[in-house]
Design a protein around this ligand. Structure first.
Ligand code: ADP
Length: 211
């Protein structure tokens, strides 16, 4: 799979937004719909055994609100997606790949270029950082997320998002970007995302296929 030919790049929908903007919630719901396969980079990291060197690296960086280095992140992502293809969990010929949490900076976007064809970038926008911090504190308790429990780590994660992740919007600029108000109820955010999917030629082709 490392020498994936250009035409065989995964047809990909990106969900982009600050921590707490609802990327994971939307990704999970979308991934439960046939022909959409959700892959959250944070979930892949959290599934690592923390006794392994890579697991420890994840704890080290995420507990500071920083990004794990690009080389290990992309290698882990690639191994994970390859496994999903081989296990027929993700079927690239008929499924959209819904990525959440990766790419998380422009360098990752560049490296992933040979594997993914980005059709849409759904930008879940919520300028109200107080609301996002409130959601994160709630999640820290419910999902046992250590990186959401501490106020200074939360602020660092917002800063990392602004400095490293948001520039991705310029990298993918143009009509691929769909800005969505992330302060709306989850069902309305999903409605807006699906609206953006259904105008895609790739979606129209899929609709015609009898699977
Ligand atoms: P959220 O959904 O709140 O934005 P994630 O679960 O996606 O958070 O990620 C949690 C942490 O995992 C990040 O703060 C970062 O340390 C690490 N991480 C996840 N994805 C990446 C990535 N693509 N590159 C580098 N680090 C990552």
């Amino acid at each position: 799979m490392s020498d994936t030919p250009k035409h065989a790049r995964f047809r990909t929908l990106l969900i982009l937004g600050a921590p707490g903007s609802g990327k994971g919630t939307q990704g999970k719901v979308l991934g439960s719909i046939p022909r959409f396969h959700h892959l959250a980079c944070g979930d892949v990291f959290r599934s690592l055994d923390t006794r392994t060197p890579l697991g420890q690296k994840f704890v080290e960086y995420s507990s500071r609100g920083e990004l794990v280095p690009d080389d290990v992140t992309v290698a882990l992502w690639h191994a994970n997606v390859k496994h999903r293809v081989e296990a027929y969990l993700f079927k690239p010929e008929i499924d959209f790949l819904v990525l959440d949490g990766i790419p998380r900076n422009v360098e990752q976007a560049r490296i992933l270029e040979k594997h993914i064809e980005v059709l849409r970038v759904f930008h879940l926008s919520c300028p109200d950082r107080t609301e996002l911090a409130r959601r994160l504190r709630k999640r820290a308790l419910k999902d046992n997320r250590f990186d959401d429990a501490n106020e200074s780590v939360i602020q660092q994660r917002f800063a990392t998002y602004e400095a490293e992740t948001k520039p991705i919007l310029d990298y993918y600029s143009g009509d691929r970007i769909v800005n969505i108000d992330a302060s709306q109820p989850p069902a309305k955010v999903l409605y807006d995302i699906l609206g953006g999917v259904m105008t895609l030629d790739a979606w129209k082709e899929l609709e015609k296929m009898k699977i």
